[in-house]
Each structure stands twice: as structure tokens, then as C-alpha cells.
Design a protein around this ligand. Structure first.
Ligand SMILES: C[S@@+](CC[C@H](N)C(=O)[O-])C[C@H]1O[C@@H](n2cnc3c(N)ncnc32)[C@H](O)[C@@H]1O
Length: 493
């Protein structure tokens, strides 16, 4: 894969980008999601298009200072190219105009469209005046779309239900492409999983083939000038093309110096029986396919278990919270109660330790028993995203336990599970294999119950064995866990 561009064009655009960045209004910057693409990434993106043939109608939606169009032209030339660059912020426009003017040429046409791309695209689609672009390159703005906003209503009018500007932009761009049209976009990874993005995943996969995904190993490295913590991916899609294998590349940073390339069957990326259409990004061919998770062959439902978000939302039940245990109150567990690996309750911290157990709170409490809990938010520094703990029956007196909303709870029909299974689940979930698998579809530090529901689990008998083994050890190291999970996997083969 060659990433060709002239050095002078490069440094000019990077310079312009930095200058414009300094002039942006910080409030507006967040409002318009103005995180501009460094040149090395723009060039890499441009290199992903297929060899061009014939005339080009290029769409750059949310063009900023024009870095992406510039990279496209540097790579593919100006001959017979017609660019439509949408940009809403007047501060960007003069920079964008300068970038495009550098290519002033009778065989090159560029229109800067100073309008809201979403509104314009929706009008075009509704009026049947689609542009039929042959190419699109974009780094769309990232911002939540309010459920009663004008953008949401516009998107709904064309049947696109989505919660963020970036998926709105990409969804509309897909719709504006002609058959065979190619799209390269850099976007956050959050659309790959999660319930909210399901309609978008269906929209995208129903209209285009997924050709290429590039993943940056490090979450901070894509947008070096800005403090962007989202993990980003670069996608290449082709409108209307039959889905084939998917190329996955990875690099640790935007220099692409350690680029690794592998191909995977589409079934490894989106599992055939997955109603949620999660997009998995395998990064190690040795762990390819679903079989990448040792032991995993059963859905949670098949082994009679469920997982839910902790039902106690503390600010809604303020009057019932108690700093310390007292009679008539049930223990209330937060992630902080597991800070040092094991359950530590009551704990001196800002969080309450108990919740009054009465007619009003009862429905938010679980019966006393054994449970496995997984934190919903891990810190970036934490080695694993999935961190599981056991709440043993016998840890508490009384007949109920409160699980706060920052924990996910494994249970069986809202009741406790067998202690061996609770320990076994915890060992399994804390294994490196499960963590690797989870990272293939989630770029978040957040672990939601939906994510845990789509994992595959060992048979109950295997979980019991793992649990019995786990209970014998006071302290489990990562190595011990991984070896044990591997050993059970060996027995399955
Ligand atoms: C993430 S920046 C990317 C800029 C440029 N494409 C790049 O890669 O450097 C998104 C751009 O979209 C623009 N933008 C935000 N909302 C827009 C809208 N509704 N219509 C058109 N442009 C918009 C912002 O002003 C910003 O310049």
C-alpha cells in the first residue's frame, strides 16, 4: 500500500490545519466536532481508494480546511475531478478556499457548499436529487444528536435513526453515492457495538460492502493536536458491492510505520446469527473467528443465566441511601466496594454502603445470594476492560442486596446463582482471551450488559469446575486464570 504525496503539499496543509485550529472558538469547536485530520492519516485514507477510472465526483462532507480533499487530489490528481466540499463554519471557509485554489485548473472543479450537510443531504434525498458521487472522503463531526432536535427529525424523514452526527453524516453519504461508489471515513469506533447504533449498522451493511477497517492500537494517537480520547477507525465502504473478505490493518500510530495487514471472512467480522450486527475487529489472525474465545459455545440464555445493569440509580433513590449499614437496610454495592480485588464492605468512601429495604425500594433490590458482577466503567490504565468479581452468598446477612447502576450483575431470573458458577463466570470473564475478544467489537472502556449478552459462555459444568478451582485459591494471578481457561478449552477440543 503506497502512501504517496508530495512533501510540500503535506506540510502546507498541516500548517494550515494548525493555524486554523488556533483560531477556532473553543465552544464552537466542540459544538461542530472540529477535530481535524493530520496529514499522514489523510494520505493513508486517500491511498485506500481503488485505482481510479473515468471522471470523479468527490464528496467531502464537513471539509474543515480541506485536508482530506487535498490528500485525495495529491494521490489521484485533478484530471476530471469535481469536488463538493460541505462546510458550515465561516472560520474554516477561507482556509478551505485557499486549499482548493491551490489546484486551480481547467480540468478541476470545486464547489464549497456553506450549508448544513445534514439538511442539504436530506432535502436532496427527499427530492430525488441525489448527486450520485463516485468517491467520498470524510472525517465527520462527532456530537450527540438530541432526540427532539431538528437534525433528528430530518434524519427520521429519510428513515435514518441515529444518535450521533458522525453516523448521520456517514449514513447520508452512503445514500448519496452511485453504485460502486467508494467511501473512506475516519470515525469513532462506538458504532461497532451498542444498541443505539444497531439501526445505523443495518443501514450501512444493507447498502454497502465493508471493504477495509484500519484500527489504531492506541486510543489517543489519531488526533495528535487535540485531546481526543475516542478510539477511531478508518473504514472503506463500497456502495452496492457484494460483500467479500474484509481487510483489517492496524498500526500503533498515525505514522503507519508498523502497518500490519490481514484479511478475514466477513463472518468473522459480523457473525451470521448476531441480530445486533456487532462489528468485530480482529487484530490477531491467530485468534481469528469466533473460536478465538476458548470455551465459548453457549449463549447466556442457553446456560440459564441473565445479565442486567445494577438497578439502583442512586440519585433517584437519595432519601433511601445510608452511609453506614443499619437495621432495616440492605447492603448497597458500588464498584468502589471491589477496588482492591475482593469485596470490601462496608467501606469508608464518599459512596453510601446501604439502602433502606422497604416497599418502595424492594423492586430495585436482589435477594441475598451469589452473583458475579462486572464493572461498567474501567479506567484507561486498567489492563483489562472486563473486570469481574464475585459476591458470595454468606457475605451478607439479611435478605436483599442492592447493586448500583455502575455494575452489571449476572443472575438467574433476578435471583442468585450457584456459588461455583458465580466463581467460574468470574474466572472466565477475567481471562485475557475474553478481554481480547471483547476489544474486537468495543473501543470503549465501558462494558454494558448488551455487550456481555452477546459473548459466548462455557457450559454450566465447565463454569462449575472453573469456579471450584477458583475458590481454592486465595489470590489468582492473570497467568493462573489464563492457564486454567486454556486447560478447560483443551478438554473441550
Ligand atoms: C471533524 S471535523 C473534520 C474536518 C476535516 N474534514 C478534516 O478531516 O480535517 C468536521 C467538520 O465538519 C464541520 N461541520 C460540523 N457540522 C456540520 C454540518 N452540519 N454541516 C457541514 N459541516 C459541518 C465542522 O465545522 C468541521 O470543520
Amino acid at each position: 500500500m503506497s502512501i504517496a504525496a508530495t512533501k510540500t503539499a503535506l506540510s502546507v496543509v498541516d500548517h494550515v490545519r494548525r493555524e486554523a485550529n488556533g483560531r477556532l472558538n473553543s465552544v464552537r469547536k466542540l459544538e461542530l466536532g472540529q477535530f481535524m485530520t493530520p496529514d499522514s492519516i489523510a494520505r493513508f485514507m486517500a491511498s485506500l481508494f481503488s485505482q481510479r477510472e473515468g471522471s470523479v465526483r468527490l464528496l467531502d462532507a464537513g471539509a474543515g480546511v480541506g485536508s482530506l480533499t487535498d490528500a485525495f487530489i495529491s494521490r489521484w490528481g485533478t484530471a476530471d475531478v469535481n469536488v463538493s466540499a460541505y462546510e458550515i463554519d465561516p472560520t474554516m471557509i477561507s482556509y478551505l478556499r485557499n486549499t482548493l485554489n491551490r489546484y486551480g485548473n481547467c480540468r478541476f472543479e470545486a464547489s464549497i457548499i456553506e450549508r448544513d450537510f445534514i439538511q442539504d443531504a436530506v432535502y436532496r434525498i427527499k427530492l430525488g436529487k441525489k448527486e450520485r458521487f463516485t468517491h467520498a472522503i470524510l472525517n465527520p463531526p462527532y456530537k450527540k444528536i438530541g432526540s427532539d432536535s431538528q437534525h433528528r427529525a430530518l434524519l427520521r424523514a429519510v428513515g435514518l435513526e441515529t444518535v450521533n452526527l458522525y453516523t448521520a453524516f456517514l449514513g447520508l453519504v452512503i445514500e448519496l453515492m452511485g453504485e460502486g461508489g467508494e467511501i473512506v471515513a475516519i470515525i469513532p469506533r462506538s458504532f461497532c457495538n451498542g444498541l443505539y447504533y444497531k439501526p445505523f449498522r443495518e443501514w450501512m451493511l444493507g447498502r454497502a460492502s465493508l471493504e477495509h477497517i484500519h484500527l489504531f492500537h492506541s486510543r489517543t494517537s489519531a488526533f495528535t493536536d487535540d485531546d481526543v480520547l475516542q478510539e477511531n477507525v478508518i473504514l472503506k465502504l463500497t456502495r452496492g458491492k457484494k460483500q467479500g473478505e474484509v481487510t483489517i490493518t492496524t498500526s500503533s500510530d498515525p505514522s503507519f510505520s508498523n502497518l500490519e495487514t490481514n484479511s478475514y471472512p466477513f463472518a468473522d467480522i459480523v457473525h451470521a446469527d448476531d441480530e445486533q450486527k456487532f462489528i468485530h475487529v480482529p487484530t490477531d489472525p491467530a485468534h481469528g473467528g469466533i473460536s478465538g474465545v476458548p470455551l465459548a459455545s453457549r449463549s447466556l440464555e442457553e446456560i440459564g443465566l441473565e445479565v442486567s445493569t445494577g438497578p439502583v440509580v442512586d440519585f433517584r433513590l437519595k432519601e433511601f441511601l445510608r452511609a453506614q449499614p443499619e437495621s432495616g437496610a440492605a447492603p448497597l454495592l458500588y464498584p468502589t466496594h471491589f477496588t482492591n480485588g475482593a469485596l470490601e464492605w462496608p467501606r469508608q468512601s464518599k459512596k453510601p454502603n446501604a439502602i433502606v429495604n422497604n416497599a418502595e425500594t424492594k423492586k430495585w433490590l436482589y435477594p441475598n445470594g451469589s452473583y458475579t458482577v462486572v464493572r461498567r466503567f474501567s479506567s484507561k490504565e486498567e489492563r483489562r476492560r472486563i473486570v469481574a468479581h464475585v459476591v458470595d452468598c454468606g457475605a451478607f446477612e439479611g435478605d436483599a442486596i442492592g447493586f448500583e447502576n455502575h455494575l452489571n450483575v449476572f443472575h438467574s431470573a433476578k435471583k442468585g446463582i450457584s456459588p461455583d458458577v458465580a466463581h467460574g463466570l468470574s474466572v472466565f470473564l477475567n481471562s485475557t482471551a475474553v478481554d481480547d475478544y471483547f476489544r474486537r467489537f468495543s473501543g470503549h472502556t465501558q462494558v454494558n450488559a448488551t455487550d456481555l449478552r452477546i459473548l459466548l459462555y462455557p457450559e454450566i459444568k465447565e463454569l462449575e469446575k472453573l469456579g471450584q478451582w477458583g475458590k481454592k485459591h486465595l489470590r489468582l494471578t492473570q497467568e493462573m486464570i489464563d492457564q486454567q481457561v486454556e486447560a478447560v478449552n483443551g478438554r473441550r477440543k
